[in-house]
Write a new protein. Structure first.
Length: 388
């Protein structure tokens, strides 16, 4: 009999909220199927505050929604993390009625809510190792950033397994920070995954015709949430310089976020609407097509965990030009592209040009990304859980 895993995440496991938490939750569904017992949220008429049987992608799960959310643009008045923490705390008695052998959670608001629940086999997976208050959209949250360590690090004591999608340097720094708050922890590196059934190199395709991209156009693509830490304005500035030399280039920005209108206005102010397109959220199958026809994949993040977007580009053998952040050097090799350590738009544009001049080099030998494949997720994760 397979072990049951209680998986807790503030998402609906289908389409909300867009981002890394939902992506990994869906990967867990694919890897474990209904060996998972799900705690999440409702964004439709799904009953809340009681256990139900719910079908997701053709499989039936034991499912508990702590609360209901309304999907609407813009940031909510009360932060979603706080709402998720509050309703999960209220749901302790009913959630613990379920049978499970292990519990896995990712969001900091989740472990803060369940730290006093007495769960014996608890695995916490860092979705990123930065202080979320430092990169918050809300000014008052950033003011409170120094309280984060006092509240969060001691909570990690309740987890007997801690995983992190980050490089060794970042993990070591986090362990050191935890010690400063009298919390001794061990962190196991565990990279985020990509679905290699979706993201792979397909050299013979007609995606340019399908997507309306001319064969003589140089296509630059980036993917990810529209958040200030992703540094999209820097990428726009670099592309503006690049476009002056390569007037047949276009830049497609894939993703949604609270900065959509701001970025659109910024592009308009530079009169670049003809060559820079914000196309919003796209399903993975569509992103795969853009990556396979792109001449360059760019990323300009200031703060990043284990960058799934880089892995997806790498899997499609798309030449990469990225700034330096945690995990970049572990993902991007000389055969994949260029890491730009200087956050200077002129320098970045120059490196983009180098990639264009050597584009044939990167597509010649698609890399092996099997270690990052979701197909190995269950085997890798179950091995860690069973050894504790």
């Amino acid at each position: 009999m397979n072990s049951k895993i209680l998986y807790i995440e503030a998402c609906n496991y289908i389409d909300f909220p867009i981002g890394g938490q939902l992506t990994f939750a869906k990967q867990m569904l694919k890897a474990y199927g209904n060996d998972l017992v799900l705690v999440g949220i409702a964004s439709d008429r799904t009953p809340i505050r009681r256990w139900i049987k719910r079908r997701i992608n053709g499989k039936e799960y034991d499912f508990f929604a702590t609360h209901r959310v309304r999907i609407k643009p813009g940031k909510p008045l009360i932060p979603r993390r706080f709402i998720a923490w509050f309703y999960l705390k209220l749901s302790k008695k009913k959630v613990l009625q379920s049978h499970f052998d292990y519990c896995i959670c990712r969001g900091p608001e989740i472990i803060l809510a369940i730290r006093n629940w007495g769960i014996r086999n608890l695995c916490y997976y860092f979705p990123g190792m930065s202080n979320p208050l430092e990169i918050s959209r809300r000014w008052y949250a950033r003011i409170l950033k120094n309280l984060w360590g006092i509240i969060f690090y001691p909570s990690l004591k309740v987890a007997n397994v801690i995983l992190a999608a980050a490089d060794k340097a970042t993990i070591d720094l986090t362990i050191k920070k935890a010690l400063s708050f009298k919390t001794e922890i061990k962190i196991i590196p565990f990279p985020t995954r990509i679905d290699t059934d979706v993201f792979y190199f397909r050299p013979k395709n007609n995606f340019r015709v399908e997507l309306g991209i001319n064969s003589n156009e140089i296509l630059v693509v980036t993917t990810g949430r529209l958040h200030w830490a992703k540094n999209h304005k820097f990428l726009i500035d670099a592309f503006e310089i690049f476009n002056k030399k390569y007037s047949n280039s276009i830049f497609i920005i894939i993703g949604n976020g609270n900065l959509f209108d701001d970025l659109f206005a910024y592009i308009s102010s530079k009169n670049l609407n003809h060559c820079i397109k914000l196309i919003g959220f796209q399903p993975p199958e569509q992103i795969f097509k853009y990556l396979n026809i792109a001449n360059i994949f760019v990323m300009g993040s200031i703060i990043e965990g284990w960058a799934t977007s880089l892995l997806e580009a790498k899997a499609c053998a798309t030449p990469i030009c990225t700034t330096l952040f945690s995990s970049a050097k572990q993902i991007v090799t000389d055969n994949d592209g260029i890491i730009v350590e200087n956050r200077d738009s002129i320098v970045f544009a120059e490196q983009m040009e180098i990639i264009i001049k050597n584009g044939h080099k990167y597509k010649s030998d698609p890399p092996d990304v099997s270690e990052y494949s979701v197909s190995n997720l269950r085997k890798n994760l179950s091995s860690i859980l069973s050894s504790t």
